[in-house]
Design a protein around this ligand. Structure first.
Ligand SMILES: [Zn+2]
Length: 190
C-alpha cells in the first residue's frame, strides 16, 4: 500500500500517511510545499456546473502548513515489538557470525541480556541468527561468550527511522530521506 511522507514545515519527517488522509490534506489546502516529480492523480465526482470531473494530484512528499508546533514530534522512532525495523537497520546480518538470513531465522539479541537488566533499546539490541543467539550466546554478554560484535548498534536518527518503518517507500521519498542520513548509517550501504 502506497504511503505519503508528511513533513513539518521545516522539512522534518512527521508521519507516514495513508492515501485517504493525504488526499484530505491536499484537498483542504493544508499543504505548504511538496516534492516529487510524479504525483498520483485521483478523480472525484462530476461537477454539476461545468460537467467536469474534479481531479487532485497528491505528491509523494508533502509539508503540512501551520506545522511549526509539530517540530517537537520529530524524534527518533521508538524500538517497538516489530523486529522488521531492527533487521533492516542491520541489513539482515547476524552481528555475531556475519551471515545474512531471512526474517524467520533471525532474532532480536539483547547484548546485555534482559534477564540481567539489559534494556530493550536500539543501543542494546542487534540482529542475530537463531543459532548464535539461542545456542551459542544464550544469557551471556558477547565478552563472556567470546563472541565479539561485528558491528555496533545505534539509535536511528529520525530520517533513518522513517526509512526503516516505511512500507513500499517511493523513489522520491527514499531520495529525500536518504540524503539526510548520517554517515554511520548502514541502511543503504552497498
Ligand atoms: Zn549468527
Amino acid at each position: 500500500m502506497t504511503q505519503i511522507l508528511a513533513l513539518d514545515i521545516a522539512g522534518n519527517p512527521f508521519r507516514w500517511l495513508d492515501i485517504d488522509r493525504a488526499i484530505r490534506y491536499v484537498a483542504t489546502g493544508k499543504v505548504a510545499w511538496s516534492l516529487g516529480a510524479d504525483p498520483m492523480r485521483f478523480f472525484g465526482g462530476t461537477q454539476r456546473a461545468t460537467g467536469l470531473r474534479s481531479e487532485l494530484d497528491v505528491p509523494p512528499v508533502i509539508a503540512l502548513a501551520k506545522s511549526e508546533g509539530m517540530v517537537r514530534h520529530a524524534r527518533p522512532i521508538p524500538l517497538g515489538d516489530d523486529n522488521d525495523p531492527l533487521f533492516r537497520r542491520d541489513r539482515h546480518m547476524c552481528a555475531y557470525c556475519g551471515g545474512v538470513f531471512g526474517k524467520r531465522d533471525l532474532t532480536r539479541d539483547h547484548i546485555m541480556p534482559k534477564a540481567r537488566g539489559g534494556r530493550d533499546v536500539w543501543g542494546n539490541v542487534v540482529t542475530a541468527c537463531r543459532i548464535c543467539n539461542n545456542v551459542r550466546k544464550g544469557c551471556r554478554t558477547p565478552e563472556e561468550a567470546g563472541m565479539p560484535l561485528l558491528f555496533v548498534p545505534y539509535e536511528p536518527c529520525v530520517f533513518e527511522g522513517f526509512l526503516l518503518v516505511g512500507r513500499n517507500v517511493l523513489a522520491d521519498q527514499m531520495e529525500y530521506l536518504a540524503a539526510r542520513l548520517p554517515r554511520h548509517s548502514r541502511v543503504l550501504a552497498a
